[in-house]
Ligand binder design. Structure first.
Ligand SMILES: NC(=O)c1ccc[n+]([C@@H]2O[C@H](COP(=O)([O-])OP(=O)(O)OC[C@H]3O[C@@H](n4cnc5c(N)ncnc54)[C@H](OP(=O)(O)O)[C@@H]3O)[C@@H](O)[C@H]2O)c1
Length: 184
């Protein structure tokens, strides 16, 4: 299962219900990576999208605890358990956890690949992503060339989980199995 996020230097991801910054090339890559796949997001992130509508061309799964919450064009799940059950219908490499903070934190243990746009600037943020550079469970495996958007520098990174993956049934994958996985 994949995570996809844009983080700043402090692993901040948003403020006041919005992104910290919109970088067109980052949005293009998000679109390219997720097109035809499954994106999982929290109700607040859905509401931050243009018109509060699901992204077209993708299966969108939205989490909300509100029993009355419905959204046209998306599957709504009311709990982690319901979502993980639903996600069993899809190949795990086609699933992208797309935020925000609450959803990233809940799904991180089930993910083994993180696609991170790292923006080399410190914004004021009120939501954050767990710092993968400080985690012993994750390893930076790919860094793209440094790019610029006006005076901002950013790069695309890929992190892979090296230990501690949880499967939806709650069973941990052994480190040996993980290394075989990461060699794929
Ligand atoms: N930089 C990035 O890549 C990126 C990506 C996405 C989002 N963001 C930013 O992140 C912020 C939003 O993050 P957030 O943490 O405030 O909100 P969020 O994770 O998008 O959504 C939280 C909501 O999801 C629902 N939810 C969460 N866990 C659930 C569970 N286990 N079962 C059922 N429903 C559950 C609840 O909805 P109800 O309240 O309806 O029950 C909860 O209030 C925004 O600023 C957004 O722009 C940044």
């Amino acid at each position: 299962m994949n995570l996809i996020a844009a983080v700043d230097r402090n692993w901040g991801i948003g403020k006041g219900g919005r992104l910290l910054v919109s970088i067109p090339e980052d949005q293009r890559l998000f679109r390219e990576e997720t097109m035809g796949k499954v994106v999982v997001m929290g109700r607040k992130t859905l509401e931050s999208l243009p018109g509060g509508r699901p992204l077209h061309g993708r299966t969108t799964i939205v989490l909300s605890r509100d029993p009355a919450f419905q959204v046209k064009g998306a599957v709504v799940c009311r709990s982690m358990e319901e979502t993980l059950e639903k996600l069993k219908e899809y190949p795990s490499e086609h699933i992208f956890i797309a935020g925000g903070q609450e959803i990233y934190e809940e799904f991180l243990p089930y993910c083994d690949v993180a696609h991170i746009t790292y923006i080399d600037y410190g914004y004021e943020a009120d939501v954050n992503f767990p710092d993968l550079d400080r985690s012993e469970e994750w390893q930076l495996v790919l860094t793209g060339e440094e790019q610029t958007y006006f005076d901002l520098c950013y790069e695309f990174r890929m992190y892979r989980r090296i230990r501690g993956l949880k499967t939806p049934s709650g069973m941990s994958v052994q480190p040996a199995q993980m290394s075989a996985e990461t060699k794929k």
